[in-house]
Design a protein around this ligand. Structure first.
Ligand code: UD1
Length: 415
């Protein structure tokens, strides 16, 4: 098992190129299962989660080839609509093949992905939406099984704008006759990317990015060449890295609009964020003010940036407040940050962070992907050495993170 060793105190300086979005690539890979032609995806990050999705597609009978950041997927050969537990358990997002398989075969059998470190994460909204379209869905022996029973596009109202449920319903509806309307749909940029990708294959979808999405079912989807959007959470993490190290970093390959919720908060704190035509410059200083965040569905503040923001708050004298409204158990990083000297109190979903002028290096554990990112950020600020174990969690979502940080001047080593 890998660990990271970091010595804090250096100002990060230089330029970093942000990779393609993990959370956009995963549903797009699942949607490729519905294509009757070759799909060529570029800007695909080299990450463990992407490898798991590639394995899932291969188990279902697709051919997947990677060359650098290009992934070629040929699902014409697909002959299986069952995803076994051995792969489903590896990653929550494997559930995204459900909508695609239903669209392609009108049948699917997918092992339940189960919970994860940050919460229970049920599938009820996915299943309710798909049932509305006329898919009969049963849950037995750890599998979700679906079959078409007089399928037809319908109006679907999501009780909560779930990202995964919106994606699964869009995929199934793309090949379901009639018009499907999803109300209270998730508005995340990754939904818009899925729409653009599917439309490139011949689907008829409008409204992604707004709270109502219309999908007119088509009979067939064709091959396409497509470039995925940049990763807004990786970008956000590097912005916070620049801020917490009081450095100056230029980020390339970003979509500024996707970063607005974070940029607004960084500016409130006193970080200089300067948009440029080819990216964004982030300049830190020693005069930050504490603030509050409440995680919300997009365009609210992203839950996937909450742990990283907590690390920053721990390094800003004064009291900052965090309210986590999306996941019920997303504070696993709190006790690890406390080991580094952070003063954080938890009251249910509220965290009260009393920031300090210094944190201390410690031996800590990355309990999940973004919690791990928060520990790296805290370590950049801390005195002495921090050792972060279970780096495999961080590798699930950050491409070459230690190399990118090293290039910016961080004292970081993988051991
Ligand atoms: C996606 C992202 C994840 C991000 C999350 C919220 C991917 C691969 N993952 O996850 O990084 O943190 O959006 O922005 O894109 N819920 C239900 N029933 C359901 C579905 C969801 O109760 O059927 C609840 C979840 O337990 C959670 C909340 O809704 O509390 C949000 O989940 P959702 O938006 O579905 O997140 P994911 O798509 O799993």
């Amino acid at each position: 098992m890998n660990s990271l060793r970091l010595r804090g105190g250096r100002r990060l300086k230089g330029q970093v190129e942000i990779s393609g979005s993990k959370n956009a690539t995963l549903p797009i890979m699942a949607a490729s299962l519905m294509s009757m032609g070759e799909v060529v995806l570029s800007g695909v990050p080299d990450l463990e989660d992407i490898n798991v999705m590639s394995m899932a597609l291969e188990i279902l009978g697709a051919k997947v080839k990677r060359e650098a950041s290009v992934l070629v997927i040929d699902a014409r050969t697909i002959n299986n609509y069952e995803l076994p537990e051995s792969i489903s358990r590896k990653m929550r997002a494997s559930n995204l093949v459900m909508g695609a398989l239903l669209g392609r075969f009108q049948r699917a059998r997918v092992a339940y992905p189960g919970g994860c470190a940050i919460g229970v994460r049920p599938m009820d909204l996915h299943l309710k939406g798909l049932r509305n379209l006329g898919y009969e869905l049963t849950e037995e022996y750890g599998f979700m099984e679906g079959k078409a029973q007089g399928i037809m596009g319908k109006e679907i109202l999501l009780d909560f704008p779930s990202v995964g449920a919106t994606e699964n319903i869009i995929m199934a509806a793309a090949l379901t006759p009639g018009i499907t309307t999803i109300r209270n749909a998730a508005r995340e940029p990754e939904i818009t990317d899925l729409q653009n990708f599917l439309n490139g294959m011949g689907a008829r979808i409008t409204g992604a990015g707004l709270d109502t999405v219309h999908i007119e079912g088509v009979e067939r989807l064709n091959g396409v060449e497509y470039r995925v959007i940049p990763d807004r959470i990786e970008a956000g993490t590097f912005m916070v890295a620049a801020a917490i190290s009081r450095g100056e970093v230029f980020l390339e390959n970003v979509v500024l609009e996707h970063l607005q919720p974070l940029i607004a908060k960084l500016r409130e704190i006193g970080v200089d964020v300067i948009p440029k035509s080819s990216g964004v410059r982030v300049i830190g200083n020693h005069k930050y003010r504490p603030t509050d965040i409440k995680t919300m569905p997009y365009p609210g503040f992203p839950t996937d940036m909450q742990p990283q923001m907590m690390a920053l708050f721990a390094a800003i004298p004064g009291t900052s407040i965090i309210v986590e409204t999306i996941f019920e158990n997303r504070y696993m990083h709190v006790q690890e940050l406390r080991r580094m000297g952070a003063d954080i109190k938890l009251e249910g979903r509220i965290a009260i962070v009393k920031g300090k002028t210094a944190l201390e290096g410690a031996t800590v554990e990355a309990t999940d992907l973004r919690a791990g990112a928060a520990l790296i950020l805290a370590a950049l600020f801390a005195h002495e050495e921090t050792i972060i174990s279970k780096v495999e969690h961080i590798d699930r979502g950050y491409e070459k993170i230690h190399e990118k940080l090293e290039k910016l001047g961080a004292d970081i080593r993988r051991v």
